[in-house]
Design a protein around this ligand. Structure first.
Ligand SMILES: Nc1nc2c(ncn2[C@@H]2O[C@H](COP(=O)(O)OP(=O)(O)OP(=O)(O)O)[C@@H](O)[C@H]2O)c(=O)[nH]1
Ligand SMILES: [Mg+2]
Length: 707
């Protein structure tokens, strides 16, 4: 029978846990050269031998067993067996970065004292070698009392040896060390003794954690009270115990390192990373380079994507042309070709841009430059109540707010984290792109400045800049209203520069594109269908009335049949359920320059913004311009008029609408993730109200000024 053993993968941030997890399980957990890439747990399985398989859980990086940040708490809860969704780990595989051994051993020694069987995987041996650090692995193993296996998950090296050690530990060929790494019991003998009486099977060190963190553990209230009283009776002092513990650990680690590690002489050669940082973190050049990098990032999204986008667009056009020839004309072909197919095309055409954006962001992370961006911008961000670490979520927010908001977990300060979560959705995510593109095409002329700066491109850049600017402003104001007092600091380890892993980049690009297409595709299909029904049917008497009226008119003036049919369709749409809905909100949106059709698009877009294009496609196809020359959605929208004959899509309306989409909170998934991250409905509600309010006011101003 195959036995399954539950293994937790832990270690300092950026030490290579997720890389190892991927090698062992064959999954594609996100990897990046940035401390704090993994912010949630993820489980996978790995066959160790014929009759032993492992269920492995990849955890966020932790510096010590005293969690400070939300992502560290995730790992801590699992290790303390306080996570109800996770099978308590029977073994820990601890990943230690050989090029930063001192700090990594601190955490390792704490884990060893929990008395769970441990296997240490020693990564970054190649980097240690570059730094001329020599490590006597056998000696280290003797001192720690647990197996230590050098591995390189990036290059797939040492994996078999690691598996073997895990297997042997599982079969108890390696015994857990008898003695604690330091004398934990001596830190608070009486209190530890009492806790162990209360809860048997705890190690001394684990008992200390019960004393310090029991309020955050899920224990029954009787137990909570008892531990509380043990603390009081024994005068247990958290900070003093903790400080004493760390001190003793570092003392012993110092001694071990002397024995097993030889460091290079102080006259070591400067490392590649240091040389690069002299330029990239330079007081002046650093910022210039940063601006250039960001400019290039966004420009290339558009430059590089143009050709594949044209090809997709062309392909969709060809297929619709073919479809309209083979399917007999009627409402069904209209729904299929102009509604569903056009809606789908409107989405698929953005795959190149999304893939390129995600790819470039992954390269920034993988090389280690993203951490430098955080470092360079920390001062500026601090002025508005944010933190250098807010920049990574904000830049990822240009791709999609959902993963971006989760990555804010590695911000230590609660208030800064909350502010980051509140402003991240203001970045123009990829779902806004379809809306911007179609509106820019409609209302912004194709002018050139200086021969190479296109006006349309400039407007697009302006829309993208609105996000960061507004988020600074909002954060600057909002920080006065959020009442969390906590000391703020910025600790970010700057990782060494590394070549990006192209496979990782590619996998991220493909998986993001897939998610976008399937998630958005589903929503668009469903909403298009509902919308089509709502805009085809209406209250019977009214619809019949319109039909009858026009039938009569056509009979009287058969020569105007085409024109009359078009008028009839428009009036039918106005009287349909969708029309009634749209017109009921018209008074609210008219001051922004929107007609009732845009109103319907606004309503459906609250599920997800990318629905805009599909909604427009459906509405205009139901109305039906049977004129052969108005085929594309763009042309139909261009021809749209108000009842008085003036054009709907003027510059003022276009700009106002783009601003609305830039600021409004129109994404269910984002609201859901904010609820999960802040554990209350309060913040997503506040976000919904402030963002939509902001969108309304600024669009109103823009329209009134421009019209
Ligand atoms: N040179 C070298 N690089 C490595 C090694 N192992 C992993 N890496 C790289 O180190 C970086 C961090 O790897 P991850 O697997 O994301 O690290 P992690 O421990 O999961 O990090 P967090 O999730 O942020 O805690 C990636 O760029 C890897 O390619 C190694 O042995 N040598
Ligand atoms: Mg990770």
């Amino acid at each position: 029978m195959v036995k399954t053993i539950h293994i937790a993968l832990v270690g300092n941030p950026n030490s290579g846990k997720s890389s190892l997890f991927n090698v062992l399980t064959g999954l594609n957990q996100k990897v990046g050269n940035f401390p704090g890439v993994t912010v949630d747990k993820k489980v996978g399985t790995c066959q160790l031998s014929d009759d032993l398989s492992a269920s492995i859980i990849d955890l966020p990086g932790t510096y010590s067993l005293y969690p400070r940040r939300e992502d560290e708490w995730v790992a801590y809860r699992v290790l303390m067996q306080q996570d109800k969704d996770v099978v308590p780990p029977e073994m820990v595989v601890l990943i230690a970065d050989a090029s930063n051994l001192k700090r990594n051993l601190l955490f390792a020694s704490q884990i060893i004292d929990l008395k769970i069987p441990v296997v240490v995987g020693l990564t970054m041996m190649d980097i240690a070698r570059h730094k001329d650090i020599q490590i006597d692995v056998a000696e280290l193993e003797r001192e720690l009392g647990v197996p230590v296996i050098p591995i390189n998950p990036r290059k797939n090296k040492g994996i078999q040896a690691l598996k073997k050690a895990i297997e042997q530990t599982a079969l108890e060929l390696y015994k857990a060390p008898v003695r604690d790494f330091i004398n934990n019991e001596a830190l608070a003998p009486a209190a530890i003794g009492s806790v162990k009486e209360l809860i048997p099977h705890l190690s001394d060190y684990k008992a200390i954690h019960y004393l310090i963190n029991h309020e955050s553990f899920s224990l029954n209230s009787g137990l909570q009270d008892k531990i509380e009283s043990i603390e009081q009776v024994n005068n247990f002092n958290h900070t003093k115990t903790q400080a004493e513990e760390i001190l003793q650990r570092y003392q012993r680690i110092g001694a071990i390192l002397k024995q097993s590690v030889s460091e290079p002489s102080p006259l070591k050669k400067t490392l590649f990373t240091e040389k690069l940082d002299n330029v990239f973190l330079h007081r002046r050049w650093g910022y210039l380079i940063l601006l250039a990098v960001l400019f290039l990032l966004f420009q290339s999204v558009f430059w590089l994507a143009e050709y594949p986008m044209n090809i997709i667009d062309w392909g969709f056009g060809e297929v619709s042309g073919w479809l309209s020839k083979v399917i007999p004309a009627g409402w069904f072909s209209d729904l299929l070709i102009n509604g569903l197919w056009a809606g789908l095309g409107g989405i698929l055409v953005f795959i190149p841009q999304i893939m390129i954006l995600f790819g470039l962001v992954t390269i920034l992370e993988d090389t280690g430059y993203m951490a430098r961006i955080s470092f360079l911008t920390d001062k500026l961000m601090r002025k508005v109540g944010l933190n250098g670490k807010s920049v990574m979520p904000m830049i990822s927010g240009f791709a999609c707010a959902v993963p971006a908001i989760m990555s804010a977990r590695n911000i230590e300060n609660k208030k800064e984290r909350l502010l980051t979560i509140l402003v991240t959705p203001l970045m123009s995510c990829s779902a806004r792109l379809p809306v911007y593109t179609i509106l820019i095409g409609l209302v912004i002329p194709k002018k050139m400045f200086l021969g190479f700066l296109g006006l349309q491109g400039l407007v697009m850049m302006g829309l993208y800049l609105l996000g960061p600017l507004m988020s600074m402003l909002v954060s600057y104001i909002a920080r006065f209203f959020i009442n969390i007092k906590e000391k703020s600091f910025f600790i970010l380890e700057l990782p060494v520069y590394r070549a990006p892993r192209w496979k990782n980049v590619l996998v991220t690009m493909v998986s993001k594109a897939k998610i976008f297409v399937f998630d958005a595709g589903k929503v668009i299909m469903v909403i298009s269908l509902i919308l089509w029904a709502l805009s085809t049917y209406g209250p019977k008497d009214k619809m019949n009335n319109v039909e009858a009226r026009y039938a009569q008119q056509i009979q009287q003036h058969p020569e105007q049949e085409a024109e009359l049919t078009r008028l009839k369709n428009t009036e039918l749409l106005q009287n349909s359920y969708a029309g009634i809905l749209g017109r009921s909100i018209e008074p609210v949106i008219e001051p922004l320059g929107y007609d009732w059709k845009i109103g319907i698009a606004l309503i459906t877009s609250f599920a997800a913004r990318e629905v805009f294009v599909g909604t427009m496609a459906t509405l205009y196809s139901v109305e039906g311009g049977d004129d052969a020359d108005e085929t594309t959605l763009m042309e139909k929208m261009h021809a749209a008029v108000w009842p008085d004959g003036t054009k709907v899509y003027t510059l003022a309306t276009g700009i106002s609408l783009m601003i609305f989409y830039a600021f409004a909170m129109q994404c269910m998934s984002t609201l859901a993730i904010v609820k999960r991250e802040t554990r209350s409905w309060k913040w997503p509600l506040i976000q919904l109200i402030y963002m939509t309010g902001l969108a309304y006011i600024i669009s109103f101003i823009a329209y009134q000024l421009l019209k």
